[in-house]
Design a protein around this ligand. Structure first.
Ligand code: SAM
Length: 313
């Protein structure tokens, strides 16, 4: 099958200023769609009716958030890839390249092919990069990725791309409707690597998603999250906020004909915890983290958090 070349990674090299100062994990670790969709074999979790949560800047019933998020991504699914390029001037590709290269998925000498779960995998951006990394850097066509998402419309776009780019038909990738909070089709201790890219901020109960990530990973398995985060220094953040709140919804209207969904996306970024707060949530779920637990990209516009499931509790 035709694996996409890793030219992207090479292309990223001259653009190092967008990438973090440290691309390597320090060596020392500190402790601590709707169910009816045909792609689905899962049930979403049922939050209590009485709780409230945020949906962007609005307060909604906890039980309603997943459906609202589902509607946002069903609405943007067809234009999602082009909008990512437009909104970020292509920089999301560099972040994703760096994210995957830093994880270096694939069979290592003397090791086995990896089982990878890409949660909130959407249209497959991370899954495809992981397969490319395994094939092009490790000559590994046996490592496989499950691209799991709550939204069947996003996954269908991913499947179309997988066929168009030669990843399907094969056993290397599969698409499953799954709620990150439960991952009920994924057995305990079954995954070598769990990734979630620009997905966790949309999850209603992030602590449950982290619990599930911990459950499905093998001892020694790696949790890795790429997500928007807090920008510093403050003057740069002021510019970024201006761009986010005035330009992005307008672009959403012009390119995708959908202002409201992009308004939600920028509000959801603002509501996501700080880098340190989320690192603490990762540790609270039981993962070991290195140093402060995250790496900032492009002045903190996005960050990568990593954790390792310990061999023993
Ligand atoms: C911004 S997209 C990211 C897609 C892809 N990972 C990427 O980096 O391009 C966010 C994705 O999260 C998914 N999502 C939201 N809530 C989810 C949940 N509870 N469980 C699984 N996926 C979820 C959405 O359906 C959407 O596909």
């Amino acid at each position: 099958m035709a694996a996409r070349p890793l030219a992207r990674a090479a292309r990223a090299a001259p653009l190092r200023p967008f990438l973090p100062q440290s691309a390597v994990l320090p060596r020392f670790y500190s402790a601590p769609s709707k169910p009816s969709d045909p792609l689905s074999n899962s049930q979403q979790s049922a939050p209590s009716e009485s709780d409230t949560t945020h949906f962007g800047f609005r307060t909604v019933k906890t039980s309603e958030k997943a459906d609202k998020v589902h509607d946002v991504f069903s609405s943007v699914a067809a234009s999602y890839d082009i909008m990512n390029d437009v909104m970020s001037a292509g920089i999301h590709r560099l972040w994703k390249d760096h994210f995957v290269r830093s994880l270096d998925p694939g069979r290592k000498p003397g090791g086995s092919p990896q089982q990878i779960l890409d949660v909130a995998g959407g249209t497959g951006d991370i899954a495809f990069r992981m397969l490319d990394n395994a094939a092009n850097l490790h000559h590994d066509l046996e490592t496989s990725v499950i691209c799991a998402d709550i939204n069947g419309d996003m996954l269908r776009e991913g499947e179309k791309r997988a066929h168009a780019q030669g990843y399907l038909p094969s056993d290397r990738i599969s698409f499953k409707v799954q709620d990150a909070e439960t991952l009920d089709a994924i057995p305990d201790n079954s995954m070598d690597l769990y990734t979630i890219s620009f997905g966790i901020r949309n999850v209603t109960r992030i602590d449950k998603a982290l619990e599930s990530a911990y459950r499905v990973l093998k001892p020694g398995g790696v949790f890795a999250c790429l997500e928007f985060s807090k920008v510093s220094p403050a003057p740069l953040d002021a510019l970024y906020q201006m761009y986010s709140f005035s330009i992005i919804p307008m672009m959403g209207q012009l390119v995708a004909g959908d202002r409201d969904s992009y308004q939600y996306l920028v509000e959801s970024i603002k509501k996501f915890p700080s880098q340190d707060e989320f690192a603490q949530m990762v540790r609270n779920a039981g993962f070991l983290t290195a140093g402060r637990g995250y790496e900032e990209l492009t002045f903190g516009v996005s960050s990568i958090w990593k954790g390792i499931k310990p061999l023993k509790k």
